[in-house]
Design a protein around this ligand. Sequence first.
Ligand code: ADP
Length: 638
Amino acid sequence: MDGSPGPLPLLDVVFETIPSMVFVKRADDLTLLRVNAAGQRFLQRSQAELAGKTLFDILDSEQATRFDRAEREVLASGEPADLGDVRVRLPTGDFWLWVQTAPVAEQGARPSILVTIARDVTEKHLLRAANQRWQLAFEHADWGVVIVSADGTCFEDVNPAFARMHGYEREELIGASRLKVVAPEAREEVARLLDMVAERGHYSFESVHARKDGSTFPVAIDAGIAFDQNGKPLFRAVNVQDVSVLKLTEQGLRAARAEAERANQAKSEFLSRMSHELRTPLNVILGFSQVLQMDHLTADQSESIDHILRAGRHLLALIDDVLDISRIESGKLPLSIEPVDAAPVFAEVLRLMEPAAARARVQLIRGSGHQSCFVLADRQRLTQVLMNVVSNAIKYNVEGGFVRIECSHSGSLVEFAVSDSGIGIPQDDTDRLFAPFDRLGFESSGIEGTGLGLSLCRSLVEAMDGSIAAARNTGRGSTFTVTLKKAEAPYPLEPRPDTSVLDPVASATTGTILCIEDNLANFKVIQHVLAHRQGIVLIPAMQGEIGLQLARDHRPDLILLDLHLPDIPGEEVLQRLLQNPLTAGIPVVIASADATPRRVEHLLQSGARGYLTKPLDIAKLLQTVDSLLPGPQEPPPS
Ligand code: ADP
């Protein structure tokens, strides 16, 4: 022995170190004799654990049977064979192995061993599958997919859909400039956007592409860059979609929406104009009918005038409702939503409806909850809604019946319920009640009505952020419920001031008062009240900006300011008056129904000199005016 490794140990070293797995089996029963290190690593079992085992001890029976059959065929043929890529499922996962197997025999004898060599080709296999999938998608996608060079300048590959979309053959585009398909007017912009892709790695944009025949079309583009492990850009993958149809649909929808809005606006304006125009002759008809009624008329004539008056009033009610509905629809109904005490509203509704109830021999009952309770509403419109519902409850009642009105709170809501003992509402028809012109069969019943009342009520209540609902009573009749948001109680009213101030002689106050108030009726009240002060000049302003201008021009001695103005908030008017040196010294008194303690305090701290709550207390208004205006001017020395 010379000490150098003999041939057999060297083969052993080769056997153990080659990266492929080698399995040596006995040819007669296919039990494992030896497995090299790569094979043991792959199976995660040692030589000792594997020796004497068959494939049936390692794989599931289906795979083992398949392998076993193939190996026996190889043995029978006596020739080495390539089994190709074989899928194996092990507890450690699914793998693809490339397998070759060869029978080994002493010269002339039958093979005594079978050597199987396997290589793990899972990664390559997955890559190939992914590639095939990508290729399939690329070839068959019905939108454009292109591979562009890493610098974004030329097409490396384009799919058939992209070529079709642009009217080219694929070959005409592969290798061509990226800008070849961009409409000339969009090229500069696209070049800039391509830089954006480089900067961000991924970018989407819209552009205009040109076909081979020069016609253009809008496209949506989504581009991304693929990088290698070292962060070096490899290529750009770009999705291109023809969005002509989408754009046309969008344009069509936009135009249709604008047209519908225009038509709706035109309809509302037309209704509003027409209602105004109808009122003028109607006033003449109603006015002169009443004048005629005062004459000595025969019974026939008197009956005819009654018909004219009744029809005229019906028409007037219809016009008023249509006008209100069209104003609500066009968002032009001015609402002054403020904390309103429901108690006086209730009292007023009951007082106003009492004569109608008496005529119909229906009893009006005050239910519970008539004490002071504040809701967020427009006082005038709340009264209108409740009057309408109570009027219906009387109209659709029976002789000797009743109408009960009550109010209750629950959480942040206040509920007004009007229940009646009338004919009730048909089952499942509660929604029809609120549909315009639907009188549910009462058209020729002799009960007057337009079918617009409840529809208007719903619009009004919703404009006040509330809701209205109807329900059948278990016994007779029905209940209509109006729900509104509860409001904080306003500042406690001061004790009534001395009414002697009403006497025009008691005060000789003089001066100019600017009244910034948008509601004509409210202004008229102030005008009437100030008629008690002969030395006062009253300047009206219906909007904030106009008020500010008049204040600068006339420097009045006092400003009465409403908080809800159509153009700018009253609070802003106050601030701008105080900031301008020309008007800063003029006392400003707020006149508003919005009189929660927090609000009053805030405005007084902001510089208001007084706060009058609406409905106005006449004596309090005069007292405030007297205290803030200068006294009578000394007559000039003669
Ligand atoms: P109208 O002018 O006809 O009273 P409304 O819009 O106020 O119009 O009401 C629509 C319809 O709802 C009425 O025609 C009537 O059929 C029904 N209705 C309304 N209130 C009551 C009620 N309290 N009881 C029974 N039916 C009612």
